[in-house]
Design a protein around this ligand. Sequence first.
Ligand SMILES: [Zn+2]
Length: 151
Amino acid sequence: MKPCPECGAPMDPRSCDELFHALLALDHSRQEPWGPLHGVSVSCFLLQHPSRVPADDGAMAWALLRAYLEGGLGEVNRLVGRARRGNSHRVKGEPSRVSRDAALPHRDALRSRFSVTIKDVAVDGTFPAVEFTQRVEAWAAATVEAWSCET
Ligand SMILES: [Zn+2]
């Protein structure tokens, strides 16, 4: 079976889609460690599967990952709070360079370039709680790194 055309992960035994649905189910249980990392997980998945990114969410996903890597979940929560208060994702301050243009122009050049994919985060397909946070952090870092190389 061919690897995922977007993130490069093997599709066997479970596709990225199936893994993503399993992860969302855990997120929605609102339990630690998955629940609090929901936004980060979704952002990683979307940015590694650019065809899924809705028109504007690329910018938000990108800003969110950058915030997470810089300041952890506290920074993510501040960013989400600001975005909710404003009408736009263009929040005054640092996210202005995190525009959609910065995040999405190279979607065809990204294949197989992520050093960590959802497959690695899933481990055996169940997203074990042990070291989940560390794996998500590596996932976020690999995602941002792959995009940053192109800009
Ligand atoms: Zn994939």
